[in-house]
Design a protein around this ligand. Structure first.
Ligand code: T46
Length: 143
């Protein structure tokens, strides 16, 4: 499995296996094999208006891998020191996002489907939804 590191708190792009034949392509994900944590939750975003912005938060502990199962969208990442942006458009490529990374998502194409594999069940207390609060916590943890 190929890995492409990004400079934002351990974020990286991962290439999943693709099995192709004349009937089409098949990609699979196995716990621990392709995802660097035990899978606790899967959710997906769909029917997203093309001008919508999602995300706008960071997580205290949660790790996630994000896929564009259909269509495309942009993901902005910011760990308080480094920023990068990635456009996901290939269902065989996942974006791993570590804890303590602010993410924003936009430029959703018509019919885009975003699937997310997460390390923990949903927990609102795990979110930083205020950017200044996140930056303060991020800088404090690096002192
Ligand atoms: C992330 C991006 C990619 C739940 O009840 N269960 C869930 O598992 C999730 C993810 C959300 N919710 C509720 C919480 C809110 O009332 O659904 C509502 C919308 O959630 P949120 O505004 O956080 O959705 P997004 O698309 O902005 O962000 C989500 C994830 O929260 C986030 O971790 O990285 O998708």
């Amino acid at each position: 499995m190929a890995i492409h590191n990004l400079e934002v708190n351990g974020a990286y792009l991962l290439d999943l296996p693709v099995v192709s034949d004349p009937r089409g392509d098949l990609t699979f994900i196995e716990n621990q094999q392709h995802i660097p944590f035990d899978i606790a939750r899967v959710y997906y975003l769909y029917n997203v208006p093309v001008d919508a912005q999602r995300g706008g938060h960071a997580h205290r502990d949660l790790q996630q891998v994000i896929f564009a199962l259909s269509g495309s969208f942009r993901v902005l990442l910011d760990d308080g020191q480094h920023k990068t942006e990635v456009t996901l458009r290939n269902p065989g490529i996942g974006l791993y996002i570590n804890r303590m990374v602010w993410r924003e998502m936009d430029f959703f194409s018509q019919g885009a489907v975003c699937m997310v594999i997460a390390s923990n069940p949903y927990d609102e207390s795990d979110y930083y939804r205020n950017y200044e609060e996140f930056i303060e916590a991020s800088h404090a943890s690096k002192k």
